[in-house]
Design a binder for this molecule. Structure first.
Ligand code: X8Z
Ligand code: ZN
Length: 594
C-alpha cells in the first residue's frame, strides 16, 4: 500500500510542468515511429483483404485498421498538451497531419472503435464482392462485366437493366453507412472538429469554409465549358436514341453515358464524333490489334516515366502487383496504387482490360507509385502529396502527353492526324475529362451534407439525385426511392475515400501540363504537346514530388509551375478551340435543364 502523499507524487510526474518544444519534438518522433509500424501492418492486411476477400482477411484488415486508427486518435488527443506552444512551422504541420491522418477517426470508446473499423471493412468488401444476378439467368455479373455492357452496348433496355442491376448491391449498405457516419463524426468531434466534413476540409492550407468557396469558384470558371459539352452531347444522344428514351427535360439519362456513374463519357465517343470527320484513330482498337496484354500495357506506362528520368519500377512491383481479375476468389477491383513499405514495395491493384480507358488509368496509378517513391526520404507525416489533388493529378498529367505524336513514337499508331483532326482529338479528351468535372464536385457535396447533418438519412438518395441533376444535368433511367442507396454504388463512398481530390486534380493536371510544355518550348496547339523523353520536365515534377507534403501546397505548385494558385485557365486554354466549335454546333439549342 502506497501512502497517500506518495501516490499523489507518482501520479503527477515532474514533466507535468509546462511542456517545451523539445518535448513536442520527442513526442512527435515517437508518434511517427509508432504509426509507421502500425500503418505498415494495416497496409499489408488491407492488401491481403482486397486481393482475396474472405472472413479471415476481413478480420485481419479490421483488426489492423482498428489498431492504427485507435492509436492515431489517442496520440492526437495527447498532443493537445502542446496546443499552447509556439512550435516551428514544420513541427506544427506534423501535429496537424496527425489529426488528419485517419479519414474516419476513431471515437474514444474502444467498443465503438472496433465497430467503426469493422463497418469500414464491411462496406468496402461488400462493394468489392457486389454482383447482380438477373432473374432470367443463373450467371451473375460483376461490376466489370456490367461496365463492359455500358461501354459497348447501344441498346437502351440492356443499358438500363445493368445500370439498375448494379445498384442492387448497395441497398444493404444503407443502415450501416448511417451508423458509420455517426461514429466517424464522434471521432472527429473527439479531436476537436465540428464533424468529419470539417476534418476533411482542414487539409488544404486554408480555412475549411475558404476551401469550399475555392471549389465553387473553380467550378464557376469551368461551368460554361461543361454546359457547352452537355448541350452538344445531349443533342447527339437524342438523334441516336430519340425523345422516347431521352425525355424533354434537358437532362441526360445516365445509363447512356457509357459509364456507370455518368462520370466520364469517352466510351460513347462514337456517338458524338463530328459527323464528317473520319476518326483519327481508336486507341482501344490499336491496343487490341497490337495484342498488348495487361503487363505490356503497364510497361508502356512505366516507359513514359523512365523516359523523363525516373528510375524503373522495382522487380517486386511486377511480382506483387495484381493486374487482372483472379478467377478463383473475390477481390476489390477498383484500381489503386500501394506503397506498403515506404517506397520499397510499390504495387498496383487493377483488373485491367484491353481498352483506352484502362490505358489512361494505368498512367494514373503509376503516377501514385512514382510519387510515393519520390517522397520516401521525408519523415512519416510528410509522405504524401502537397494536397491530395496533387497525388491524383500526377499520372493524369502524364496521360495528357499520350498524344498521337507520342503514340506514333512508341509504335502504337502509324500516322499522326493533321490539324484537321484537332477537334476530333479535343472532343475525345473533353468526353474523358471535362465530363468528369461536375461529378468530381458533387460526391463530396453529398458527403459533407451527410456529415454535417444537412442531409438526413431519410433523404440520402433524394439528396444524391438532386446533386446529380444540379451539377451533372443527368437523371436515372428508372424511379429511385429511399429504399435504394445509390451513393453506395460508387466505390469511394463505401471505401470512404474523399473525392474533392479528383476535382482538384482535373484542374492541376492541366496546369502542370501547360507549364511543362511551355518550359519544353512546345510550339503549336497545347493539346499536341507531349513531354515524353523530356528530362527537364521530369526533373521539375520530381523535385516537386520529393517535397512530399512538407510545405503548404502553394509552394509545391510554385516549384513546378511558377504559379501559387490553383487555376482553371489552363483547362480553358487547352479546350478553347473546342469551346468555339461547340458554341457553333449548339446554335439554336437550349443550354441547361429544368
Ligand atoms: O478512383 C480513381 C482511381 C484510383 S485513385 C482509379 N479515380 C476516380 C474514379 O474512378 O472515380 C480516377 C478518376 C476518378
Ligand atoms: Zn488515384
Amino acid at each position: 500500500m502506497i501512502p497517500l502523499l506518495l501516490s499523489f507524487l507518482l501520479a503527477v510526474p515532474s514533466s507535468a510542468a509546462a511542456p517545451t518544444v523539445k518535448d513536442a519534438q520527442a513526442f512527435m518522433d515517437s508518434a511517427e515511429q509508432t504509426l509507421e509500424t502500425l500503418g505498415r501492418r494495416s497496409a499489408f492486411s488491407s492488401w491481403a483483404m482486397q486481393t482475396n476477400i474472405n472472413y479471415s482477411t476481413e478480420w485481419l484488415a479490421g483488426d489492423a485498421d482498428n489498431a492504427y486508427s485507435a492509436k492515431a486518435a489517442e496520440l492526437a488527443r495527447q498532443a493537445r498538451k502542446f496546443d499552447k506552444l509556439k512550435l516551428p512551422a514544420d513541427l506544427a504541420r506534423k501535429f496537424l497531419m496527425l489529426k488528419l491522418t485517419v479519414t474516419a477517426p476513431a471515437p474514444l470508446d474502444p467498443k465503438e472503435q472496433k465497430e467503426l473499423s469493422d463497418t469500414k471493412v464491411w462496406l468496402e468488401s461488400t462493394y468489392g464482392k457486389g454482383k447482380y444476378c438477373p432473374a432470367s439467368t443463373t450467371t451473375c455479373l460483376s461490376l466489370d462485366d456490367m461496365e463492359d455492357v455500358l461501354r459497348s452496348s447501344r441498346d437502351p433496355q440492356r443499358l438500363q437493366e445493368v445500370w439498375a442491376g448494379w445498384r442492387t448491391i448497395s441497398v444493404p449498405m444503407r443502415p450501416r453507412y448511417q451508423r458509420f457516419a455517426q461514429l466517424s463524426n464522434k471521432g472527429a468531434q473527439d479531436l476537436g472538429f465540428a464533424d468529419t466534413a470539417d476534418l476533411w476540409r482542414s487539409g488544404y492550407d486554408m480555412k475549411p469554409e475558404e476551401f469550399s468557396a475555392e471549389l465553387d469558384r473553380q467550378w464557376e470558371q469551368m461551368k460554361p465549358l461543361y454546359l457547352a459539352l452537355h448541350t452538344y452531347v445531349r443533342r447527339r444522344l437524342t438523334e441516336k436514341y430519340g425523345k422516347a428514351v431521352m425525355g424533354d427535360d434537358g437532362l441526360i439519362p445516365q445509363q447512356l453515358t457509357g459509364n456507370m456513374w455518368g462520370q466520364s463519357w469517352e466510351n460513347i465517343y462514337d456517338i458524338v464524333a463530328p459527323p464528317k470527320a473520319k476518326p483519327a484513330f481508336d486507341l482501344t482498337e490499336q491496343i487490341k490489334k497490337a495484342k498488348l496484354d495487361e503487363k505490356t500495357m503497364v510497361q508502356y506506362g512505366e516507359r513514359f516515366f523512365t523516359s523523363i528520368g525516373f528510375p524503373a519500377l522495382p522487380p517486386t512491383f511486377w511480382e506483387r502487383s495484381m493486374l487482372t481479375r483472379p478467377r478463383d476468389r473475390e477481390v476489390v477491383c477498383h484500381a489503386s496504387a500501394w506503397d506498403v513499405e515506404n517506397g520499397q514495395d510499390l504495387r498496383i491493384k487493377m483488373c485491367i482490360k484491353q481498352n483506352a480507358e484502362d490505358f489512361v488509368t494505368i498512367h494514373h496509378e503509376l503516377g501514385h507509385n512514382f510519387y510515393q517513391r519520390a517522397y520516401e526520404k521525408q519523415p512519416y507525416f510528410f509522405r504524401g502529396s502537397a494536397n491530395d489533388g496533387f497525388h491524383e493529378a500526377l499520372g493524369d498529367t502524364i496521360a495528357l502527353s499520350v498524344t498521337p505524336e507520342y503514340l506514333k513514337t512508341v509504335g502504337l499508331i502509324d500516322t499522326v492526324p493533321g490539324p484537321e483532326g484537332d477537334i476530333d482529338l479535343l472532343l475525345k479528351m473533353a468526353m474523358e475529362r471535362v465530363s468528369f468535372i461536375p461529378f468530381g464536385l458533387l460526391v463530396d457535396q453529398w458527403r459533407w451534407g451527410v456529415f454535417t447533418g444537412k442531409i438526413k438519412p431519410e433523404n440520402y438518395n433524394q439528396a444524391w439525385w438532386d446533386l446529380v441533376r444540379k451539377y451533372q444535368g443527368q437523371k436515372p433511367p428508372v424511379a429511385r426511392s429511399e429504399t435504394d442507396f445509390d451513393p453506395g454504388a460508387k466505390y469511394h463512398i463505401p471505401a470512404n475515400t474523399p473525392y474533392s481530390r479528383y476535382f482538384l486534380a482535373h484542374i492541376l493536371q492541366f496546369q502542370f501540363y501547360r507549364s511543362l510544355c511551355q518550359q519544353g518550348g512546345h510550339k503549336g496547339p497545347l493539346h499536341r504537346c507531349s513531354f515524353y523523353g523530356d528530362k527537364a520536365a521530369g526533373k521539375r515534377l520530381g523535385d516537386m514530388m520529393a517535397m512530399g507534403s512538407s510545405r503548404p501546397w502553394p509552394e509545391a505548385l510554385e516549384a513546378a509551375t511558377g504559379q501559387k494558385q490553383m487555376d482553371a485557365t489552363a483547362v480553358l486554354e487547352y479546350f478553347a478551340p473546342l469551346k468555339a466549335w461547340l458554341d457553333e454546333q449548339n446554335k439554336g439549342q437550349t443550354t441547361g435543364w429544368n
